[in-house]
Design a protein around this ligand. Structure first.
Ligand SMILES: Cc1cc2nc3c(=O)[nH]c(=O)nc-3n(C[C@H](O)[C@H](O)[C@H](O)COP(=O)(O)OP(=O)(O)OC[C@H]3O[C@@H](n4cnc5c(N)ncnc54)[C@H](O)[C@@H]3O)c2cc1C
Length: 510
């Protein structure tokens, strides 16, 4: 391998890049993060984090640090979906949960987690050019002065207007909707009365229904988590490009409310003000040689609440594959599965976020009928679970090799409670180091010995669990199940399938 300054250059120190930096450091990869902003961004884009990334943080043993940084109880699992509400509060084990943590605090914690494992983050360093050859990637950086730095691989985590994507010649087809969304949270003003049924009494206007209301000029929504806070949202057609780093003012928001609602609304002290536009785009390729893209650089979703989790999950999927390439044991095609799997996941997220556009943007009676039908469906548990899993990004099943894969193969490994000789543990606890895990749940000696041939790369664990879903499970570092043996499945079928899965994901026996 050619001598380079570092193993992986990450462009962008935001949720995607900082998650990738930590995951790479867990695998011992030398990592340099270049960020054009001299200081962390103070403007809150996302107000929190939800979905499968929360589970992933638990599998890495760091969820408690995010909960501590939030300092707030988990909000009730009730989520917007295309102008409707998906209420998961009555479900046992709701498929989607969220954590309130404004993006600047989230990024600061992610940076802490990456740098404490040895990632280098350089701020005020803009990548302005790059070139790649067989040996690596070299970037031109504009910092205090221009300089060059090289690596084996480069990952563009530089947001929706990605320069890396452009320099690598990766197309980003899709649609931008001429729609501006504004969201504000405020303290509850004295003049507004929150009624027992969740509606509001507004002086001079009368009763204002909680939730989403379609008006002739856009969409208006109002709700409160507690009697002391007020959340207001507007959406209007506006073909204007706003700078994400330019904060929205209260006056801009008041003007928008007046246009959409046709009246003034009293507001308390602002606690969060954000404005965003929606596009539906996905890169054609997540990889161009030694350059890869992840997060918003790879996809843009036209509905809220899903992008940060999807972005960070790209990084978790990519990191161990890059680490395997760098360590020299990656089987042929492993790195390309990053494109295959995350393209599939991104397409799934685009599917439901675009469906939400159709639900919320239609203004005619047919659209009203669609919303009514959809609301009726959401009254039932099964559709609510399905939509919840959609929003959480947990309904993905990656294709796995083998003729008859087990139902768990390709899904996120369940967090089974385990009994071991050393006491109780859980699947999540086995994933903290981001190493592959072979989990023997039924004392399958032959399978365990077979997996033992890969023990330099794969951790072998023996345990039992109540109601075991499989006799043995092979889990990748990103917590996806690579293979599982059915309960009492004979060795004659289980062993060759395990061998195939181990070779497919983790190369030749070590
Ligand atoms: C107003 C608003 C509200 C949002 N609300 C939500 C929400 O509630 N929930 C949700 O899930 N998502 C939300 N999003 C989306 C979410 O913020 C993004 O999905 C998330 O920030 C993507 O992270 P990222 O790391 O991929 O990219 P970004 O956060 O865009 O970060 C890219 C980084 O790359 C740096 N960079 C760019 N070019 C270069 C270069 N040439 N050299 C060096 N550095 C460079 C940038 O300075 C930046 O720090 C919201 C977005 C906006 C704008």
């Amino acid at each position: 391998m050619a001598v380079t300054d570092t193993d992986v250059i990450i462009v962008g120190a935001a949720p995607t890049g900082l998650t990738l930096a930590r995951e790479l450091r867990l695998a011992g990869v030398r990592t340099l993060v270049l960020e054009r902003l001299p200081e962390p961004r103070a403007v809150a884009k996302a107000g929190g984090l939800g979905g499968q990334m929360l589970e992933m943080l638990q599998y890495r043993g760091v969820l408690e640090r995010f909960e501590a940084a939030s300092g707030l109880p988990r909000p009730a699992p009730r989520f917007p979906f295309g102008g409707l509400h998906v209420d998961l509060t009555q479900l046992v084990e709701p498929p989607m949960q969220a954590l309130r943590l404004p993006q600047p605090q989230m990024e600061s914690l992610l940076e802490e987690l990456a740098t404490e494992l040895g990632a280098e983050v350089r701020r005020g360093q803009e990548v302005v050019g790059l070139s790649q050859d067989q040996a690596g990637v070299t970037v031109d950086v504009r910092g205090p002065g221009p300089y060059r730095v090289s690596a084996q691989f480069l990952v563009g985590c530089d947001g929706v207007r990605s320069r890396i994507r452009e320099l690598a010649g990766i197309a980003f087809p899709g649609t931008t909707y001429p729609e501006v969304n504004r969201l504000g949270t405020f303290t509850m003003p004295d003049s507004l009365t929150l009624l027992d049924d969740g509606d509001y009494e507004v002086p001079g206007l009368g009763r204002l229904r909680w939730g989403y209301t379609q008006t002739e000029t856009g969409v208006f929504a109002i709700s409160s988590y507690t009697p002391n806070d007020l959340g207001v949202y507007t959406s209007e057609e506006e073909a204007v490009t706003y700078d994400d780093d330019k904060p929205m003012t209260v006056t801009e928001f008041e003007d928008s409310i007046r246009r959409v609602l046709g009246a003034n609304l009293p507001l308390g002290e602002p606690t969060r003000l954000t404005r965003f536009t929606f596009g539906a785009r996905q890169v054609e390729r997540y990889r161009a040689g030694r350059i890869l893209v992840a997060g918003d650089a790879a996809h843009q979703f036209p509905s809220g609440g899903v992008a940060v989790s999807a972005a960070m999950l790209d990084s978790v999927n990519l990191a161990w594959k890059l680490a395997a390439e760098l360590a020299g044991w990656a089987p042929a095609g492993l790195l390309d599965t990053y494109h295959e799997e995350r393209q599939l996941a991104g397409a799934r997220t685009l599917l439901h976020t675009q469906a939400q556009v159709a639900l919320r943007r239609g203004l005619d009676s047919a659209a009203d009928a669609l919303r009514e039908v959809f609301s009726e469906l959401l009254a039932d548990e099964q559709p609510r679970r399905r939509i919840g899993a959609f929003i959480a990004g947990s309904d993905i099943r990656y294709p796995m090799p083998g003729a008859n894969p087990h139902a768990l193969a390709g899904t996120f490994a369940p967090d089974l409670a385990l009994h071991t000789d050393r006491g109780p543990t859980r699947v999540a606890d086995l994933m903290h180091t981001a190493r592959p895990v072979f989990l023997d749940l039924a004392d399958r000696k032959n399978l365990r010995e077979l997996a033992g041939s890969w023990q330099r790369r794969v951790d072998i664990h023996t345990a039992t669990t109540d109601h075991r879903p499989a006799d043995a499970i092979l889990i990748r570092p990103d917590a996806y199940v690579a293979w599982a043996a059915g309960v009492d499945e004979p060795d004659d079928t289980a062993a060759p399938a395990l061998s195939e899965a181990l070779s497919h994901w983790f190369g030749s026996p070590s």
